[in-house]
Design a protein around this ligand. Structure first.
Ligand code: LIP
Length: 288
């Protein structure tokens, strides 16, 4: 059954996409235009390398305020701590700066990711996106989609429809992946990559899951996998891949923090067949 059937009756996903685009661009401009010259690390989270800057917090505050103004009955879940239930059946899942380490190092590969989702806020892993936008404020590329409406890339006045890669041969596939903030887990993720790297064309580590997924939707990467992603890292991007004709799965049918694999069906199934048996490398606690 299409996700559109889960939408509250009075909600048009195209309207939600419009809101996602507007607030993503607003927050994107903020993090570029108001970046302090001496930007530093404001605090750390799960490890010394899992950082938050003052602009992550300011971007999330702006997103929360704009969403409250435009959609007062909706809920919001944000990376920097916002978790607010709504009464409308729609929950916004936002990453105020996806690729925060790139932002700190001024590597122009970071984005604001905003997704309108249906589902239960108490079970964030299973929130289902119905509209979303990912904005890279440096390239000014705005990736966006709503359920059933297709995926697009807008840059200024120009807009084009997105379609995933037509590549079917894994040996010619450009693979995207990423690593977590826990050093022991990174070592296991690297071990897993050694089992895959000789079977693909080459590997790219962009540093933003939202931009990785949008690169899949645009055919700039052929296939992608990563473990350890949070709902805000992937919500908008996974809808944009699906609306560009790709598939996004996890260990089972649905993507979760355990694993996300995205791309054209053929490559996703092949990559999953390589990655899943190696799951114990990712998390020794898990049965193979
Ligand atoms: C990042 C993800 C990236 C992953 C990083 C980090 P953040 O999100 O987008 O794919 O490899 O470890 O999780 O922390 O910049 O929002």
């Amino acid at each position: 059954m299409s996700v559109v059937n889960h939408l509250p009756v009075d909600v048009d996903p195209a309207d939600l996409e419009h809101v996602a685009r507007c607030v993503a661009v607003l927050a994107g401009r903020l993090i570029v235009d108001e970046r302090p010259v001496d930007l530093g690390v404001a605090q750390t989270k799960s490890s010394r390398t899992d950082i938050v800057t003052e602009m992550d917090s300011r971007s999330e505050q702006l997103l929360r305020a704009e969403l409250a103004r435009l959609r007062p009955d909706d809920g919001v879940l944000g990376e920097e701590g916002t978790s607010q239930a709504g009464s409308s059946g729609i929950t916004w899942v936002v990453d105020p700066i996806d690729g925060t380490v790139n932002y700190l190092y001024e590597i122009p590969a970071y984005a604001v990711s905003v997704a309108a989702c249906v589902g239960d806020l108490a079970d964030p892993e299973r929130l289902v996106p119905v509209a979303g936008a990912v904005f890279n404020p440096v390239t000014r590329e705005l990736f966006h989609a709503y359920a059933g409406g297709g995926a697009r890339l807008s840059v200024g006045e120009h807009e084009r429809r997105l379609e995933v890669s037509a590549q079917t041969d894994p040996a010619l596939a450009l693979l995207g992946t990423g690593f977590g903030y826990d050093s022991a887990k990174r070592a296991r993720q690297a071990a897993l990559l050694t089992a895959v790297i000789s079977r693909v064309r080459d590997v790219r580590r962009i540093g933003s899951a939202a931009l990785d997924l949008c690169s899949i939707a645009a055919g700039r990467l052929d296939v992608y996998y990563e473990s350890g992603l949070n709902p805000w890292d992937r919500a908008a991007g996974q809808l944009i891949v699906a609306e560009a004709g790709g598939v996004v799965r996890g260990v089972d049918a649905e993507p979760t923090s355990d694993l996300v694999v995205a791309g054209p069906q053929v490559l996703v199934e092949q990559l999953a067949a390589w990655v899943l048996p190696a799951r114990t490398w990712i998390d020794p606690a898990r049965e193979a």
